[in-house]
Ligand binder design. Structure first.
Ligand SMILES: [Zn+2]
Length: 304
C-alpha cells in the first residue's frame, strides 16, 4: 500500500468555528477524508453531524460533543454512508441516538462492507483508522424528512434524493440560516463522483444538478460543505454551474461520437483550465464516465 494520502485522515479538534448561537463546526483543515463536523445545540439536546473516519476519530468527536453538550441529550446524524462521514457511528452507541433517512440506511446495508474493503486498500493511514470498524445501523430510520426538536430550536434532516449517493441528506438549521450539505458540495475541489462500475454506479450527475438547483435557489446564508472551507449560497451555485459545465462539455462530445477516453482527456484539460485552483482533478474523469452513461440512458439527444 504505497498510495497513501498525506496528511493522515485524522480529525483534530482545532480551529473550531462558531457559526451562530450554540452552533459550531470542527473544520476539516482541507485534509482529505476528514469531513467538516457540526455540533448544533438546543436547550435540552445536541445534534452531531458526521462521525469522522473510524472509531478513533469518532471517539474524539464524541468527547468534544459530550463536553460541549454538558449534560444535554446527544443525537447523531450523517449526511451519507461514506466511510469518513459515517464509519465511526459504533462509538456513539448508548451515548447518542443515531438518526438517518431510509435511503441512506439502504446504502449502508447494500454497500457498507464493500466500501470498507475498498477504503482499506487506499493506504496504510486509512486502513489503520478503519481497524475494528463495524458499520452499524441507525437507532431510528425515517421516511421523508425529519424535524428534530433540540429545545427552542428545530433542525431539519432533509433527504435530497439521489445525487452524490442514493441516500444523501442535508441538515438545515433554519434559525441560523445554516445548511450542511455533505458531499453534495465541496469547496476548492472537483465534485466527487464515486462512479466505480460495476461495484457502485449510484452517483447521478443529472439528478445531482437538479438537487443543486433546488438548494442554490433556497439561498442559505451559511453553507457547510462536506469538505473544504465554509461558504455561502455562492458555493452551491458554483457546484451547480460546474456540474452543468461537466454535463454540457461531455454530452456535446458524446453527440459527435467521440470516444469516452478522448472526452475524458479533453474535458479534464478544459476543467483544470477553468478551475486552476481546484484540487483532486482525478474526479473529473469519473464524472465524465458517469455522464456518458447517463447520456446513453437519457437517449433524448440525436447523435451527430
Ligand atoms: Zn462522499
Amino acid at each position: 500500500m504505497t498510495d497513501d494520502i498525506s496528511p493522515a485522515p485524522i480529525v483534530e479538534i482545532t480551529g473550531v468555528r462558531e457559526l451562530g448561537h450554540d452552533l459550531v463546526v470542527v473544520p476539516n483543515r482541507n485534509v482529505d477524508l476528514v469531513p467538516n463536523i457540526g455540533v448544533i445545540g438546543g436547550s435540552h439536546s445536541v445534534l452531531i453531524v458526521e462521525t469522522g473516519l473510524g472509531p478513533r476519530n469518532a471517539q474524539k468527536v464524541l468527547a468534544f460533543a459530550s463536553e460541549y453538550a454538558n449534560g444535554r441529550r446527544l443525537y447523531l446524524t450523517t449526511t451519507h454512508f461514506h466511510p469518513e462521514h459515517a464509519f465511526g457511528a459504533q462509538v456513539f452507541a448508548g451515548e447518542a441516538t443515531y438518526l438517518v433517512n431510509r435511503a441512506q440506511a439502504d446504502d449502508l446495508t447494500r454497500k457498507g462492507e464493500g466500501y470498507l474493503a475498498m477504503f482499506r486498500q487506499l493506504g496504510e493511514s486509512i486502513a489503520e483508522e478503519l481497524q475494528d470498524v463495524r458499520p452499524v445501523a441507525a437507532d431510528q430510520t425515517y421516511d421523508g424528512s425529519r424535524e428534530l426538536d433540540l429545545g427552542g430550536r428545530t433542525v431539519r434532516l432533509r433527504p435530497t434524493g439521489q445525487g452524490h449517493t442514493k441516500g444523501d441528506q442535508v441538515v438545515e438549521v433554519p434559525d441560523a440560516g445554516v445548511l450542511f450539505t455533505g458531499d453534495l458540495a465541496e469547496t476548492g475541489q472537483f465534485a466527487i463522483f464515486p462512479w466505480f462500475p460495476p461495484y457502485d454506479t449510484d452517483v447521478s450527475g443529472i439528478r445531482w444538478i437538479s438537487v443543486m438547483e433546488r438548494l442554490a435557489a433556497e439561498a442559505p446564508q451559511v453553507v457547510v460543505p462536506g469538505h473544504g472551507d465554509i461558504g455561502d449560497a455562492q458555493l452551491l451555485a458554483d457546484v451547480r454551474d460546474y456540474l452543468r459545465e461537466l454535463r454540457d462539455e461531455t454530452w456535446m462530445r458524446r453527440d459527435s461520437q467521440m470516444s469516452e477516453d478522448t472526452i475524458a482527456q479533453e474535458v479534464r484539460a478544459l476543467m483544470i483550465d477553468r478551475h486552476p485552483q481546484w484540487r483532486l482533478p482525478e474526479w473529473i474523469e469519473r464524472g465524465v464516465s458517469c455522464l456518458c452513461a447517463e447520456h446513453t440512458a437519457h437517449g433524448s439527444r440525436p447523435a451527430g
